[in-house]
Write a protein that binds this ligand. Structure first.
Ligand SMILES: [Zn+2]
Ligand SMILES: [Zn+2]
Length: 272
């Protein structure tokens, strides 16, 4: 299993010379096995991933954590969509009794093409996401997390290795709690790699409380209590420069190294 981060920024693409090292593209991660590739979220990072996949004809599956724009806006620029007969399975996103497909980004209004113009062999999957993906050969589960409008976090296993990917989640929200801290620890327990939202630092509170994202100290506490091997913190704030991310990474490493946990700020091209 190879996991690659193609977009690690949250909320809004942030191309800027000060952000070049970590990257300015929004949320997109791929999980690739020898037979197929699963893509979680279609933020602007999916454009670079598309270049890598052109010509391979490996089946592609796309699933979403939620439908905020930073998780879907790159989809029309995913090159395999323009390869004739390329098999692409798009799993419908169903959350809070609302169903949505990435094909809706092709509405002829926000983007000039419509679904019928796509050359690839796109299959819209209306089945329940997890049973469908399990039958397709992916060993994964998911849980609703704390995020305005609703979102999911995913847990994957392959050949005894486990990765948990939760790009948007407020560990300690001010209002209703969908996923308690104890439940979150249980969901992440023992993972080899935990990829988790750490968009904010303490100085962002209380202003950003309730916006659906976590502060880094809470994420470090989660990594410790869940006893993961490695923390990759993700969904960087658009205003967070490379230098600021270096500082956050140094602080987190300081906290986690005595517990034997590796820590990295996610960057574009990070492969695990
Ligand atoms: Zn997001
Ligand atoms: Zn979001």
């Amino acid at each position: 299993m190879q996991i690659t981060c193609w977009g690690v920024r949250g909320s809004l693409p942030a191309p800027d010379p000060k952000n070049n090292r970590y990257g300015g593209n929004t949320s997109c991660v791929s999980i690739e096995t020898e037979e197929q590739i699963l893509i979680i979220d279609a933020g602007t990072g999916i454009r670079s991933l598309g270049h890598e996949l052109v010509g391979s004809m490996k089946p592609i599956y796309v699933v979403l954590t939620h439908v905020h724009s930073d998780h879907v806006e790159g989809f029309p620029f995913f090159k395999p969509l323009y390869e004739a007969s390329r098999p692409i399975h798009l799993v419908d996103h169903v959350c809070n009794n609302t169903r949505w497909s990435l094909l809706e980004t092709f509405d002829g209004f926000h983007f000039p093409l419509e679904p019928g113009d796509i050359p690839a062999r796109v299959q819209r999957v209306r089945d329940e996401a997890i049973p469908f993906l399990n039958e397709s050969g992916f060993d994964l589960s998911r849980r609703p997390v704390n995020h305005p409008g609703g979102a999911y976090g995913y847990r994957f296993s392959f050949n005894g290795e486990t990765v948990v990917h939760i790009p948007d989640n407020e560990i300690d929200p001010p209002g209703d709690v969908v996923l308690s801290f104890d439940e979150l620890v249980e969901f992440c327990a023992g993972a080899d790699v935990l990829v988790h939202d750490a968009q904010y630092v303490r100085d962002d509170l209380p202003e950003k409380s309730g916006w659906g994202h976590s502060i880094l100290p809470d994420v470090c506490r989660l990594a410790r209590e869940a006893e993961v091997d490695q923390l990759v913190f993700f969904h960087h704030d658009p205003e967070r420069t490379d230098d600021a991310l270096d500082d956050m990474q140094a602080q987190a490493r300081n906290t986690l190294s005595e517990h034997g946990i590796d820590c990295t700020a996610a960057y574009e091209g990070l492969t695990l």
